[in-house]
Design a protein around this ligand. Structure first.
Ligand SMILES: Cc1cc2nc3c(=O)[nH]c(=O)nc-3n(C[C@H](O)[C@H](O)[C@H](O)COP(=O)(O)OP(=O)(O)OC[C@H]3O[C@@H](n4cnc5c(N)ncnc54)[C@H](O)[C@@H]3O)c2cc1C
Length: 402
C-alpha cells in the first residue's frame, strides 16, 4: 500500500471490542508463529516481518493509535492503551502492527516543520523508514539530561554536530536519529539542549558497535547502538521544534508513551501467566501435578493479583490523560511498579518451568530479559520514585486522589 493510499483510508471507526478481538487474533494467529524466526536478524526474518506488516495493513490493523491526520487509525488514548494490552502479548506486535514508531511519530507531529513532516513523518508512520533517538551518552548519567555533553554549533546555514551516544536503539536500521545536543551552552541548564534530525547516512555518522545486552545480540527491531558523530553537517532547518527546547521535547516524547509500555507489559504478564498455568497443569512431580501443590498455587495467585492491580492502575493513568492531565504522578507510578510486577510475574513463570524456563524453548527467557530492561529505560526506577516523592511532598502534601 502506498503512503497516499494509507493516508486516504486510515481513520478506524470499527466497534472497539471487535477491533481488539481482531488485533488479538492477529497477534496469536500470525505473530506468535513467526516469533522463533523473528528472533534471528536475517534476510529471511526481515522478509517475514514485512509479510506481517503487509497483512496487518490489509486487515486494517495498521498504526491504530496514531492520529488519523498522520496516517494512523485515530483511536482514542484509552483505546490505544487497551490495544497495547493485546499488541504487547508478543514483543514483535508493535513492529508488525506499525505502532513501534509511536513516540517518535508523535514527537514529529508536535514539532516538525511541513518539510520535515513530509520527509520523515509520513514514511515513518507507514514504516517505510525507521527512526532512532540519541539522548543517552556513555560518559555522563543518562538519568540527568542536563548533563548531555554532545554539541551542535551553527556554522552559516548548517549545524556542525559532535556527539557520542549509546543505546541509540535501532540506529543500525534507522533512516535518521534525533540527536539531543547542546546548542546554547550559556543558557540555564534546561534550555541548553536542542533536538536535531540527523540522517544516518550523513558523512561523519558512525555506528561504532551494536551493544549486546544480557546475552542478546542483533535484533530485527534494531540493535542498541553506540554511535559517534564527528563534525556531522546538517542543514539548519533540521532543528526540530524550538532551539533550546530539547529537554521539553524529550520529556514530552517519553511521557504518555510510558502508559503504552506499561500496557504492553500487562500483555506480557498475561501471556506469561497462561504459559505458567499450562505447564503447571501437565508437569508431574513428587506424587502430584504442580498445579495441585500449595506453593505453586500461591505463585499463580500472586501473579493473578499482580495482573489485576497493574491493569487497574494503567487504566486509571490512561483515564487521567483522557481528562487532559499530564498525569505525571500516575505515569511515574505505573512505570516503576509495573516494571516490578512484570518482572515478578515472568520470574514465577520461569521458576515453574525449572531449567526449561531459562532456555529459548518457551518465550519466557526473552520476556525475562526484556522485563529487566524495563526498570532502566525511559528513566530508571529511582528517578521516578524521586519525582513521585517530590510531587507528593512539595506540591500537594498528599496523594492527589485522597
Ligand atoms: C533496552 C534499552 C533501550 C534503550 N533505548 C534508548 C534509546 O533508544 N535512546 C536513548 O537515548 N537511550 C536509550 N536507553 C538508555 C536509557 O534511557 C538510560 O539507560 C537511562 O536513562 C539511564 O541512564 P544511564 O544508563 O546513563 O544510567 P545512569 O544515569 O548512570 O544511572 C545509573 C543508576 O543510578 C541510579 N540513579 C540515577 N538517578 C538517580 C537518583 N536521582 N537517585 C538515586 N539513584 C539514581 C539508578 O539506579 C540508575 O539505574 C535504553 C536503555 C535500555 C536498557
Amino acid at each position: 500500500m502506498t503512503n497516499t493510499e494509507l493516508r486516504e483510508s486510515t481513520q478506524n471507526t470499527e466497534p472497539f471490542d471487535e477491533l481488539k478481538a481482531r488485533v488479538k487474533d492477529f497477534i496469536e494467529g500470525e505473530v506468535y508463529d513467526a516469533e522463533d524466526e523473528l528472533d534471528e536478524a536475517t534476510d529471511a526474518s526481515v522478509a517475514r516481518m514485512q509479510q506481517l506488516k503487509d497483512e496487518a495493513k490489509r486487515r486494517g490493523l495498521w498504526a491504530l493509535g496514531h492520529p488519523a491526520d498522520i496516517g494512523g487509525g485515530g483511536r482514542t488514548f484509552m483505546e490505544t492503551a487497551l490495544l497495547n494490552e493485546v499488541i504487547g502479548r508478543s514483543y514483535y506486535g508493535q513492529n508488525a502492527l506499525g505502532t513501534w514508531s509511536m513516540q517518535d511519530s508523535l514527537m514529529l507531529r508536535e514539532n516538525a516543520s511541513d518539510e520535515q513532516r513530509e520527509r520523515w513523518l509520513t514514511p515513518l508512520v507507514a514504516a517505510d523508514i525507521r527512526s532512532s533517538v540519541g539522548l543517552t551518552e556513555p560518559d555522563v548519567a543518562g538519568s540527568d539530561p542536563t548533563l548531555i555533553a554532545s554539541t551542535a554549533v551553527l556554522d552559516g546555514d548548517e549545524w556542525v554536530i559532535n556527539a557520542h551516544k549509546w543505546f541509540t536503539t535501532g540506529a543500525n536500521i534507522a533512516a535518521f536519529t534525533t540527536i539531543f545536543a547542546i546548542t546554547d551552552p550559556d543558557a540555564e541548564p534546561h534550555s541548553r539542549v536542542s533536538a536535531i534530525i540527523v540522517p544516518t547516512d550523513s558523512s561523519g555518522y558512525e555506528v561504532v558497535r551494536s551493544v549486546p545486552t544480557l546475552g542478546s545480540g542483533h535484533s530485527i527491531t534494531g540493535d542498541h547502538c553506540e554511535i559517534r558523530l564527528t563534525n556531522v553537517r546538517v542543514p539548519a532547518s533540521n532543528l526540530l521544534g524550538e532551539r533550546g527546547q530539547g529537554f521539553v521535547i524529550g520529556q514530552r516524547r517519553l511521557g504518555p508513551g510510558r502508559i503504552f509500555h506499561a500496557m504492553r507489559w500487562l500483555g506480557q504478564m498475561e501471556r506469561a501467566f497462561e504459559i505458567m498455568v499450562a505447564r503447571a497443569k501437565v508437569r508431574y512431580v513428587h506424587g502430584s501435578l504442580l498445579i495441585e501443590k500449595g506453593q505453586i498455587q500461591g505463585m499463580i495467585a500472586e501473579s493473578a493479583m499482580d495482573i489485576f492491580y497493574h491493569r487497574a492502575a494503567v487504566i486509571a493513568a490512561a483515564e487521567a490523560v483522557d481528562r487532559g492531565s499530564m498525569a505525571r504522578m500516575e505515569i511515574a507510578l505505573v512505570k516503576v511498579r509495573g516494571a516490578k510486577l512484570l518482572h515478578d510475574t515472568v520470574d514465577r513463570a520461569v521458576q515453574v518451568h525449572g531449567a526449561m524456563g531459562v532456555t529459548p524453548d518457551t518465550p519466557l527467557e526473552a520476556m525475562y530479559r526484556r522485563a529487566r530492561y524495563a526498570r532502566i529505560y525511559d528513566g530508571p526506577d529511582e528517578v521516578h520514585r524521586e519525582s513521585v516523592a517530590k510531587m507528593v511532598t512539595k506540591d500537594i502534601g498528599r496523594v492527589p486522589w485522597a
